[in-house]
Ligand binder design. Sequence first.
Ligand SMILES: [Zn+2]
Length: 256
Amino acid sequence: MTKLDLAEIVKERYTPLKITTEAFAKANYLSQRVCELAEQPLELSFFLLGKAEDMVIRDIYLGREQNVNASFCEISESGVIGSVLDIQENYDLQILGWGHSHACWNNFYSNTDTITLKERERLWGVLKEVEISEDYLKNINLENSNEQYQSLDLDEGLINIFSEPVYSESALTTIDSYSEEMIVGLFQGMTFNAKADEPYCVVAYSQRDEEPVLLGELDYEIIEAGNCNYSPETNKQVLDEQLKERVIGLHYLLGD
Ligand SMILES: [Zn+2]
């Protein structure tokens, strides 16, 4: 099988990418709201959550400890760890991809975005389970993390997500059987913006021992599937609090 064949298979399987009504509404709300609160355009970084069985994005997780400006967003290393642990402990969902907002600008994938998504695919593939190595935790600054993440129980077996790819066998079952052995990682990407335009959707995938490949300009489909913590009427206050807690410096802008 040629590389082109595999690209076509992946593209076929993941066109369109699927996101629930609630998850899309939540991404749009957060993308708009951070700009309103700060009274300036700001990006945001998200984890796209779902189940590897169907790869539907069912919830949007606002990354912890993120630095943002009008054209940049990045979650700190301890923010990634805090986010991943929170997701593992409190959500019955896996990390299927990386999402980010483009503030007031259009949705597309920049060169930086492409590199970022490939990097995440290479490191994570589709996350089935992630545990953090004790050595790694010793070397990072957790001062800014929530207290609950400063006392971790590290007795169980450990995998260092930052040096070893984590491949998900279950995700492979969503690909045609004859390509299963070829693909070892899959990661979805979406950009959102404050205008609630259509998201820009991509998939990054890799073959063993090869550089990740990114397929861009995929269609998307919004489906009614529920299972998202977001409901527009009741959760705006919760999300506003998350924005103030997780976007570094936002509470200063708000004069708190
Ligand atoms: Zn971007």
